[in-house]
Each structure stands twice: as structure tokens, then as C-alpha cells.
Design a binder for this molecule. Structure first.
Ligand code: H79
Length: 420
């Protein structure tokens, strides 16, 4: 399939505008409740791990509630683990009986239910699919369980898996559940360039608009956008490929009963703002329980973030990154058609006055985005040193709890002195 540069841009546009998505790590591993690597960590034999399916009955699962939570949190897309490294399909697969409909008492297809709800509520449905690691199939079990990563993907066993499971399941996912926003592949170590390319082409041939993340391959340059490392936020805005940070709310992806190391809501809001100001997306994870519930600690945080986004949405969605090529200690900047948004981190911002250097264009109006309260500003220019300075008087009361956004309406085309 030939994709032109214009197609490329518009294919990505919804996703670049979206900024914020929900990652869901859900599978049989919710039962041992020690994260999604539980099978590997305990070196559980396949036959024994299969037994978990008989106990998996997440009757409290509600696609409506999950999608509604994503929506309320201000998320625009949802990426769910259709299959993680344990090889268990969370959808009704015809090519592998080790799936939620055929192997559990639950017998429902949560992916189908989510697809319907996402359609209804206007959220883009996307899939995580572990295309290389699959502990349920022999090509990788031997090597992983022996603690060596240099497994032989040229093996016949790998191609049996690749041709009979991986590709057919990706095809199932892209032909049975309506339009899919993106395919999120992971851990492609050892996969050849040719096989990576084959997977990308398979996705694009089935659904030309479906995006593919860069982890489809360890070869650079593959996929439509770049997945950063887990929880990684780059130091500077990048003008290469569009990018996304996958992030956990505690230290685990899959449900982990002992992990209570939760990030503070304000820290997640800072991270979101920081990422968006550098042109990236945040894919924030929850790990539902074996009953089908999103942990309360996660829900609480998502609702709090959603509340903040709701008050400041104009400064997040469809914005462009900061025009300044460096970070500020008081917060971060986003911009959009004639407006500059200053996201003030209360914890780090100055007491009385904010000084922004290097903004060359005239500010017509400044106000708090959340309540419209006007702000007093003073712009000056010193020819000596070509020095532009904007001073904003900060009132003692800020409209939000952790991050307050100030909107600057510009009189002129946005122009900054990058060298400052
Ligand atoms: O799906 C999540 C992880 O399961 C997956 N990527 C995110 C999005 C991932 N696959 N591999 N890795 C992450 C890196 C593997 C790290 C490991 Fe380990 C170090 C595997 C074995 C040692 C983590 C720590 C798991 C067991 C101990």
C-alpha cells in the first residue's frame, strides 16, 4: 500500500490532537495479581498457567463503565491488551482456543463489548498485541525460561507461531471489531526487518487508517509514531516523529495487589502538561482486577485528572508544542491559533510575578483559562541585548489546585527569540 505524505498527515491528525489515552493491561495475570509478568517470574509451566482460565470469571466487567471512565478522564482513545506475553487472547479467537470465550466460564468477548461502547461514546478503540513474545507457544518459552534473551527467531517454531497465530490474530482484530485507531505492538527483539515490515503492511492493508507504534520493530524508523520507553518523558520537544509516553499509575501494568506505590494526581497532571508541551501524547495505564474492576486508586486519580482537563481543555487538545526549545522551572507552554497557554505548576511557580523572556509578539489580553479572571501584564523591550520581557502579576488566589493555566491572546503572529 502506497501512503502519500498528505495521507500520512491526516491519518495521524486525530491522534496528534487527542493527547491523552487510556492503556488497559488486563488478562489472566489479574488472578495471581502480581503484574503481567507473573507467568515468567514464577516460571509457571504452560499447562499449569492454562488452568487459570477455568477460574477467570470477571462478572463485574462493564464496558460501559470503563469507556465512560476514559471519557470522563478526558481521554480520547483506549488501548487494551488483546493479547499480552502470556499468549492468552482476551477476544474470541478462532485460531487459538486459549481465549476468553472458549477457555473461561465467563464466555463473553470483552473486546466486542468495548468496541460497541467505544463506538457509542466516541472513543477510538485500539489494541495492544504482543506479536513476538508468546509464552504459550514453544518458540519463546524455552529461551525465556532459561533466562536467555537470544532466542532464535529463525526457528521453524517461530514461523509456525508467526504464520498460524500472530498474523491470523492480528487479522481477526482488524476485521471483526470495526475501525481500530492503532495497533500497539511491544518487545520486538529479534524480529527481522522483513517480518516487522510484513506486520506493518498487514495492518495497513486491512485498515489503511490504523496507526502502528514503533515498537512493532527494533529497527529504527518503523511504524507511524514513536513509542517512548515505559514512563519516559524526553528532555526536549522532538521534531522527528510524533511520539507517545506509555505510563503507569503505580509501578505495575497488570493488576498487582502489593503495589500501592501510586503517583500523586498532581504529578500526573504535571507529566501530562509536560508531555503535551513537547508535542507528545500520554497513554496512561490501569490494570483491572480478575473481577473486572478498575482499582479504586486508579479511578480516583483518573477522575481528578479529568476534572482538571475539563476546566483547561482548550490548552490541551489540538494544541501545538511550546515554541521555546527549553523547559521552564515554573511550568510549561502550549499554543494554538493566536493564543499562548502558560501552565503554572503551583509547587514551583514564583510568588508575585511571572517573568517570561523571549516572547517577541504583543499580548492583547491575559486571563485565567478556568475562570476568565483577567491578569495584569507588562511588556517591555530593551534594544540593548534585544531583550523582550513579559511580566504577569500573579494574584494570591489561583483558580486550580495544582496547575493553573493562563491564556495569552496575541495581537500579532507568534514569534519568539529561541536563543534567549
Ligand atoms: O506491557 C508492559 C510490559 O509488560 C511490557 N511493556 C509494557 C508496556 C514489557 N515487556 N518487556 N518489558 C516490558 C521489559 C522487560 C523487563 C524485564 Fe523483568 C526485566 C523482564 C524481565 C526482567 C520486569 C522485571 C519483568 C520481570 C522483571
Amino acid at each position: 500500500m502506497l501512503i502519500t505524505e498528505t495521507d500520512e498527515k491526516s491519518r495521524l491528525q486525530w491522534w496528534k490532537d487527542a493527547k491523552f489515552g487510556l492503556f488497559i493491561h488486563w488478562g489472566l495475570y489479574a488472578l495471581p495479581a502480581k503484574g503481567e509478568w507473573a507467568m515468567y517470574a514464577a516460571r509457571t509451566p504452560v499447562a499449569e498457567y492454562e488452568q487459570l482460565a477455568k477460574q477467570f470469571n470477571p462478572v463485574k466487567f462493564s464496558a460501559k463503565e470503563w469507556v465512560n471512565l476514559a471519557k470522563t478522564a478526558g481521554m480520547k482513545y483506549l488501548v487494551i491488551t488483546a493479547k499480552h506475553h502470556d499468549g492468552f487472547a482476551m477476544f474470541h479467537s478462532k485460531v487459538e482456543k486459549f481465549n476468553i470465550v472458549d477457555a473461561t466460564p465467563f464466555q463473553r468477548d470483552p473486546i466486542k463489548e468495548l468496541a460497541e461502547e467505544c463506538q457509542k461514546q466516541g472513543i477510538k478503540l485500539c489494541f495492544y498485541y504482543s506479536h513476538v513474545i508468546d509464552w504459550h507457544h514453544p518458540h519463546s518459552i524455552h529461551e525465556y525460561y532459561n533466562n536467555t534473551w537470544d532466542y532464535q527467531l529463525e526457528d521453524k517454531a517461530f514461523y509456525r507461531y508467526w504464520n498460524q497465530i500472530a498474523k491470523p490474530q492480528v487479522k481477526e482484530l482488524l476485521t471483526r471489531y470495526g475501525p481500530i485507531g492503532l495497533m500497539w505492538f511491544d518487545t520486538a527483539g529479534g524480529l527481522s526487518k522483513k517480518d516487522s515490515r510484513e506486520m506493518v503492511d498487514l495492518v495497513h492493508n486491512l485498515q489503511p487508517d490504523c496507526l502502528v507504534n514503533s515498537r512493532v520493530s527494533h529497527w529504527p524508523g518503523m511504524g507511524d509514531y514513536q513509542s517512548k520507553g515505559d514512563n519516559e518523558i524526553p528532555m526536549y520537544a522532538e521534531d522527528t516523529k510524533p511520539w507517545e509516553t506509555p505510563m503507569t499509575l503505580n509501578k505495575s501494568w497488570g493488576y498487582h495487589i502489593q503495589d500501592q506505590d501510586w503517583k500523586k494526581p498532581e504529578s500526573i497532571i504535571y507529566k501530562l502538561v509536560n508531555i503535551v508541551s513537547k508535542g507528545g501524547n500520554l497513554l496512561l495505564n490501569v490494570g483491572p482486577t480478575a473481577e473486572g474492576l478498575i482499582p479504586e486508586q486508579s479511578t480516583k486519580r483518573l477522575l481528578e485528572i479529568g476534572d482538571w482537563i475539563n476546566r483547561n481543555s482548550e490548552a490541551i487538545y489540538e494544541t501545538d508544542p511550546s515554541p521555546f526549545p527549553y523547559e521552564f522551572d515554573w511550568g510549561a507552554i502550549t499554543v494554538k491559533s493566536g493564543k499562548v497557554y502558560l501552565h503554572l505548576y503551583h509547587k514551583y511557580c514564583p510568588q508575585n510575578e511571572l517573568v517570561l523572556c523571549g516572547l517577541k509578539c504583543k499580548v492583547a489580553k491575559a486571563y485565567f483559562l478556568a475562570n476568565g479572571i483577567p491578569l495584569e501584564t507588562n511588556q517591555s523591550y530593551q534594544a540593548e541585548g534585544d531583550h523582550h520581557e513579559l511580566r504577569i502579576l500573579l494574584p494570591s488566589e489561583l483558580p486550580d489546585q495544582y496547575v493553573s493555566v493562563m491564556a495569552l491572546e496575541l495581537d500579532e503572529q507568534l514569534e519568539v527569540d529561541e536563543s534567549f
